[in-house]
Design a protein around this ligand. Structure first.
Ligand code: UTP
Length: 276
């Protein structure tokens, strides 16, 4: 059973400037809930209770979100408005939250390595909250967990993307061993379309075994001068220790304006229905 989930949230979120100048991208609300809360709810649904954040400057609002706001809560206590805090209060009650800072933004791989101090020597989930995922029957992290339980190795969530978009993602290739599950033999970070080994792109959900930390320590900066998690995962894949899971569900790339608006429309429809 995996109990820890790491949220790398140190990125600058430049695609959302000026909104993200002083505020974390992960606090942008999709309807009335910040992106980060959707991610933590997904981890919680997968049974994870120890939530770890790799944060950076301007990210303090995330810590405040997963804490009690005494004055506000006192004000609305006993009123109908209190219900609106129900979901986040449940997370605060069930989970512990710990934080460490990535001092320099040296890439996702470096952010995950920075989280080692919070994770230790056990397998853990990673959620990039700007990929907002809606699983078909179970959440995407729950789906990855089921794969981990069976294969006991690193697992990455993948989806098919159009050929002209593969250069935005880590792309995998390998052999399908079950419906929707591929044992990965090759992976490339942001390949040009004509050099991509497939059109299966890694999205922001991973389960990683703890040997990834030693590999990351030895991983030189790759594309864009950043330490890439894809490069470290390739070392595990070469030993047959990475499974790619084509998850059942939908992903919104909320790191981009188009994906953020699509997610907002999707959740607004649900919101309208629940409001009657
Ligand atoms: P992105 O590539 O989306 O970068 O990072 P970003 O800085 O958040 O956004 P843009 O491109 O400037 O708009 C993917 C994920 O990795 C985290 C980000 O917080 C995001 O969740 N990340 C990235 C770090 O935590 N540290 C880094 O050094 C880089």
């Amino acid at each position: 059973m995996i109990n820890k989930c790491l949220f790398p949230v140190a990125g600058y979120g430049t695609r959302f400037l000026p909104a993200t100048k002083a505020m974390p991208k992960e606090m942008l609300p999709v309807v009335n809930k910040p992106l980060i809360q959707y991610g933590v709810e997904e981890a919680h649904d997968a049974g994870m209770r120890r939530i770890a954040f790799v944060t950076g400057r301007t990210k303090r609002a995330i810590e405040d979100h997963f804490d009690i706001t005494y004055e506000l809560e006192d004000q609305i206590s006993g009123t109908a408005k209190e219900d609106r805090l129900g979901e986040v209060r449940a997370l605060i009650k069930d989970c512990t939250f710990s934080y460490t800072r990535q001092i320099e933004m040296k890439g996702l791989g470096h952010a995950i390595l920075t989280g080692e101090t919070l994770i230790g020597n056990e397998a853990f989930g990673v959620i990039l909250a700007d990929d907002l995922c809606v699983g078909t029957s179970a959440g995407v992290m729950s789906q990855l967990m089921a794969v981990y339980d069976k294969y006991q190795c690193s697992v990455v969530a993948v989806e098919k993307v159009p050929a002209q978009e593969v250069d935005k993602y880590g792309v995998v290739a390998g052999e399908f061993i079950e419906e929707g599950l591929m044992r990965v033999s090759d992976m490339v970070e942001k390949p040009p379309a004509d050099q991509a080994p497939s059109n299966l792109a890694i999205i922001g959900r991973y389960i990683l075994t703890p040997d990834i930390f030693a590999i990351l320590r030895e991983t030189a900066p790759g594309k864009g001068g950043e330490v890439q998690i894809t490069d470290a995962l390739l070392a595990q894949a070469r030993q047959g220790k990475v499974i790619a899971c084509r998850f059942a569900g939908q992903r919104f790339d909320c790191g981009s304006v188009d994906g953020f608006v699509a997610a907002t429309n999707y959740f607004y429809d649900i919101y309208k229905k629940t409001q009657g």
